[in-house]
Design a protein around this ligand. Structure first.
Ligand code: SIN
Length: 282
């Protein structure tokens, strides 16, 4: 059976059928999967309950494992590259990162070299009387850029956004060690995807703290307007999870947000890996 690629109705997202991720993919199959990843920004495979070893092996075909500061305490003991995302508690201790990604963001934008992509493997998915909860939403940053008026494109092309870890509008407490490890960085506000050549917006309300060379108030207004534009419904694919899903996203092409509409005893348990970019967006 050949590989089937079934795009969603949104500007990002496609289901891939006809591959067994538990087996090492033949080079031609891997190339087809990687092309689909580049083209669709989010791809997913149903009924592929990968082991941590299998997940790591699949991830490493796309790039080296990247470590997320928020996952440092929640990597699997024998596979620290696999981070547990979960609301589950055992013996009074949270077994994973709780409420991860509850705001729109692109992973590790506060680092000098943000990762190329992230993979989630769904182990347990919460529901209420059969109604699935805990969806994840993905917004297409290229479609959002394409639709901007020319005047706005002229205003932002060539600009740089500032990401200051210490200044992020997030609930997590930041330690002095983390502040020292992640000094403020800048990235192009409009990034060119290294594989597709498409222009992608790189700005978020909670993580982007300024725009180089722009007065504070003006920068905040521009950040808010662009961030809200990116997440308009027409650019969003909302993934409804099934246990056994493997889903991966491209951190240049999409921003994502996890919906926190469940609580214990509704259990959600994901395994996450993140992989670096050989060729970062320009
Ligand atoms: C994340 O932002 O990495 C978490 C996404 C999710 O749990 O759905």
């Amino acid at each position: 059976m050949g590989i089937e690629i079934i795009p969603t109705a949104a500007p990002v997202g496609a289901e891939i059928r006809g591959v067994d991720l538990d087996q090492t993919l033949a080079d031609a199959d891997f190339e087809a999967v990687e092309n689909a990843f580049n083209d669709h920004g989010v791809i997913f495979f149903r009924e592929q309950p990968l082991s941590p070893e299998g997940l790591l092996a699949f991830t490493q075909r796309f790039g080296n494992i990247a470590f997320n500061v928020f996952g440092e305490d929640h990597g699997l003991a024998d596979h620290p590259g696999v981070v547990v995302i979960s609301n589950v508690e055992e013996r009074g201790r949270e077994i994973g990162v709780k409420a991860a990604g509850s705001r729109w963001h692109s992973d590790m934008c506060y680092t000098a070299k943000p990762p190329r992509g992230t993979i989630l493997c769904a182990r347990e998915v919460p529901d209420q009387d059969g109604l699935v909860l805990g969806d994840t939403c993905f917004a297409a940053t290229h479609a959002a850029y394409d639709d901007l008026p020319d005047a706005m494109k002229r205003q932002i092309d060539g600009r740089k956004s500032v990401f200051d870890f210490a200044g992020r509008k997030r609930a997590q407490v930041i330690t002095q060690e983390q502040r020292d490890r992640f000094p403020a960085v800048t990235h192009p506000l409009v990034r060119t995807h290294p594989h597709t050549g498409r222009k992608c917006l790189y700005v978020m309300r909670d993580d982007c703290t300024g725009i180089v060379g722009m007065e504070e108030g003006e920068a905040q207004r521009l950040i808010a307007a662009l961030a809200d534009h990116i997440i308009r419904p027409e650019y969003v694919y909302r993934h409804r999870w099934q246990a056994g899903d493997v889903l991966m996203w491209d951190n240049c092409t999409v921003q994502h947000m996890a919906i926190q509409d469940y609580e214990l005893p509704q259990r959600r348990l994901m395994h996450r890996t993140t992989f670096a970019a050989d060729t970062p967006p320009a």
